[in-house]
Structures are given as structure tokens and as C-alpha cells.
Design a protein around this ligand. Structure first.
Ligand SMILES: C[S@@+](CC[C@H](N)C(=O)[O-])C[C@H]1O[C@@H](n2cnc3c(N)ncnc32)[C@H](O)[C@@H]1O
Length: 401
């Protein structure tokens, strides 16, 4: 299992000499953080910002309208339950609420469960990316148990007591999970299957995302390549997958902050983990550990890109279909006066400059839709991402108050 790497936020990236091709021997262990961050784009370096954490800084002047990064597909994505039949599993295409006709199906007893695609091409691309149908079967397994769970009692919503020391509760609850897991792993498969419980819709969404990440990790372990030090857009598919995984492993995780803010989520994350222990298919089951699952959830919280419908006019409300994690695009910080724009075309994200950029200027996107709001509103909305906005616009507006 790939180790989680501690990120040194204080290290400054040097620019990459792309004529010199070096090789990373061990793709997941002992990785050089600076090297893989330097492989994202020839246009920018990832280095420390003045307000904390890392950000992307232009290496030289860049004209307005330049595409700085194209991300072809997410490391993992997930469609929420209400749209699972209407938004394509692979490319998120949505056809005015019509149920998609192209499916991968599997029969479990009398129940047929399906994954939905917008076209035969998308289904084929999904299958070509799979290994022995493992990803499809894993997602179908989740569908099957999710649907079967609807006949079981809803899980009681627990919440840590307001007076308890939350850190001790978290530690103790996960220790109890470890004891539970020991018992479960010693059970016969039929007895273990009888322990599968009902999950909530949000747990279902998160579990599909975690399975996608586990599958990506499994795939990289099966197709290990020596990763040349080239920019991501110069790499072949396997190398690109490997680099995206390395970039994923060094993303920041906000699981502790999220549980601190919403303590009831502790029990939801425990449900997600237990469900994965009980239902994950054998090759991916080897990857299921509480540390990895918690870090995977935590990386989604501060790095995922929401997948929204395209509104045909500005007054139309956009629908939220789910989210995708694109590690190479996760180093752009937010600004309330962004100089970059993100565009999604199916499952491809492109990042383009909105203005001429000066050397060493930070490249930022807009994380939400609040940039025209007052500074107080922006700060409140952005607190969902667990940060106080340090962009120039907020700094100036706060100083003039
Ligand atoms: C997608 S990540 C961006 C990369 C991140 N800075 C890093 O070092 O990995 C989002 C996180 O970056 C930080 N961040 C992004 N925009 C920021 C801003 N305008 N001010 C302060 N922190 C910001 C927050 O911690 C946020 O949760």
C-alpha cells in the first residue's frame, strides 16, 4: 500500500530542467515531493504562499487566454444517488434528466444492478481503463448493498457528547473500530456478509469515491512504471496515472478539521470504513485500512471539484451531480479576484488565464460563486473549505474596514 507522505510546506520548488530526464525508482515510496510537483506544468511552480500552504506561481510572463493545465480525467469521481441513472459514470454527461440507456449490469439473485453511461464509447473507455472488471464489479457491489440496505433499519445518528474531549472520543472510537475489524476479519464470509448495514446517501457517494481511489492505487501497483521526469502532458497513460497518484498522496487532508467542525461525521466516517471492510472485493480489500480511508476522505474535502450541470442561462440553478478529484489541479488556491478560470468539458478540466500574468504572480481560481459578495459573506462561505481567505482582495478589504 502506498505510504502517506508528510509534505514539507516550507520547501521551495526549483524549476524543472525538462531536457534532463531522470527516473523515480520507487513510484509510491520515497517519492520526491518537489520533483512531482514540478512535473505538473511548464508554466508554474508549486511553492509556499505568504498566507500558508502551497500555491501555483507563474515561472514567467503568461498572456491572457493561455491554457496552463488540462486534466484528462479524475483519479476518482462519484455521482450522487439521485443522478446515478442520469449522469454518465465516466464523463458526467447529463441529457435533460433522461435515464441513460447504455449500462453495465450484473444480476445478484433477483436484483439487477447497473452502472449508467451516456454512450457505448464511454462504456468502452470505462471498460478499457478497468482491470478484469474489478472497478465495475466493485461499484456494482456498492449499488447492490446500498439497495439491499434500504430494507434494513436506518442507522441511529450518533453524536459525541458536547462536554466530552473530542480528540479522546475520536481516538477511542477508532480503537473500537480496530477491535471490531479484528472480529469481522476472523468471521466466515457468510457471517461477515450478515453484518452489512444500511448506509446513508452521502455515505454511498463517499464510498464510491473511495473505491475509485483504491482501484487507481491497485492499478498503479499492477502497472508499475519508472516515472520519467517530464511534464504531465508529456507522459503516457500509465505514467500519468502514477504521477496523479503521487500528487494525490501529498494532497492535504481536512478530515480532522471536518470532524472538529461537525463531530457527528466521526460516526459517518466510521460507517464508511466499516462498510468498506465488509463489502470491498478481494484485490482492493488488501488496501482497506482506516488510515488510508480517512486520508482519502480528507483529501476529497479540501481538494475535490464539484461536478455541476451546465446552466443554459445565468438565472438557471445548477444541479450538483457529484465530485471528482484531479490531484494535478489541486494546487491552485482560491482568490476572490481570480486570474484563472476552470472549465469542465465532460470529465476534462482546463485551466486558462483570465488576464496577462506577471512572473511569480500566484495563479488562482474561484472556488465558489461568492466573489461578488461582501467580504464577510465570502469569508463565511469559504470557511466550509477550512481556511480564512488570504487573497489580496480580502486582505485589502479587511484592512479598510
Ligand atoms: C485545493 S487546496 C489548494 C492547495 C493547498 N494550498 C495546498 O497546500 O495543498 C485547497 C486548500 O488550500 C488552502 N487555500 C486555498 N485558497 C486559499 C486562500 N485564498 N487563502 C488561504 N488558504 C487557501 C486552504 O487550506 C484550502 O483548503
Amino acid at each position: 500500500m502506498p505510504s502517506t507522505i508528510t509534505v514539507d510546506l516550507h520547501s521551495e520548488m526549483g524549476s524543472l530542467n525538462d531536457t534532463e530526464v531522470k527516473y523515480i525508482k520507487s513510484p509510491s515510496k520515497d517519492i520526491d515531493t518537489d520533483t512531482c510537483l514540478g512535473q505538473i506544468s511548464p508554466f508554474f511552480n508549486v511553492k509556499k504562499t505568504k498566507y500558508g500552504g502551497r500555491g501555483c506561481f507563474a515561472i514567467s510572463a503568461i498572456p491572457k487566454g493561455t491554457v496552463l493545465l488540462t486534466c484528462n480525467k479524475p483519479i476518482s469521481s462519484t455521482i450522487i444517488k439521485p443522478f446515478r441513472k442520469e449522469a454518465c459514470t465516466r464523463c458526467f454527461s447529463y441529457c435533460d434528466g433522461r435515464i441513460l440507456k447504455t449500462k453495465i449490469q450484473k444480476k445478484f439473485g433477483k436484483e439487477i444492478v447497473s452502472l449508467y453511461f451516456c454512450s457505448e464509447e464511454c462504456k468502452e473507455e470505462f471498460t478499457n481503463d478497468d482491470i478484469d472488471n474489478l472497478y465495475a464489479d466493485s461499484l456494482l457491489e456498492i449499488e447492490r448493498h446500498y439497495i439491499a440496505g434500504l430494507n434494513k433499519p436506518e442507522m441511529e445518528l450518533k453524536e459525541p457528547s458536547k462536554t466530552a474531549d473530542l480528540q479522546s472520543v475520536i481516538k477511542q472510537e477508532w480503537e473500537e473500530v480496530a477491535l471490531w475489524e479484528k472480529k469481522i476479519r476472523a468471521m466466515k464470509p457468510t457471517k461477515r456478509a450478515s453484518q452489512i448495514f444500511r448506509i446513508s446517501d452521502s455515505e454511498y457517494t463517499e464510498i464510491k469515491y473511495v473505491i475509485g481511489v483504491l482501484f487507481h492505487m491497485y492499478k498503479c501497483s499492477k502497472k508499475q512504471v519508472s516515472l520519467p521526469i517530464k511534464y504531465i502532458n508529456e507522459l503516457d497513460n500509465n505514467e500519468r496515472n502514477q504521477l496523479e497518484l503521487q500528487l494525490f498522496n501529498i494532497l492535504q487532508s481536512s478530515e480532522p478539521e471536518k470532524v472538529q467542525k461537525y463531530p457527528y461525521l466521526l460516526y459517518s466516517y466510521i460507517n464508511i470504513y466499516k462498510f468498506l471492510v465488509l463489502t470491498t472485493l478481494p484485490p482492493l480489500q488488501d488496501l482497506v485500512s482506516s488510515d488510508l480511508v480517512r486520508a482519502t476522505i480528507g483529501r476529497n474535502l479540501s481538494n475535490a471539484f464539484g461536478i455541476w450541470s451546465e446552466a443554459s442561462n445565468p438565472s438557471e440553478e445548477k444541479e450538483f451531480f457529484g465530485f471528482g478529484v484531479y490531484p494535478s489541479a489541486s494546487y491552485f488556491n482560491h482568490s476572490c479576484g481570480p486570474n484563472m478560470i476552470k472549465k469542465r468539458t465532460k470529465n476534462v478540466l482546463t485551466f486558462t488565464t483570465l488576464q496577462d500574468i506577471k512572473p511569480d504572480q500566484e495563479l488562482c481560481i474561484d472556488y465558489g460563486n461568492y466573489i461578488n459578495e461582501k467580504v464577510e459573506v465570502r469569508r463565511r462561505e469559504l470557511s466550509e473549505w477550512f481556511f480564512d481567505c488570504g487573497c489580496d482582495k480580502c486582505t485589502v478589504e479587511l484592512q479598510s474596514q
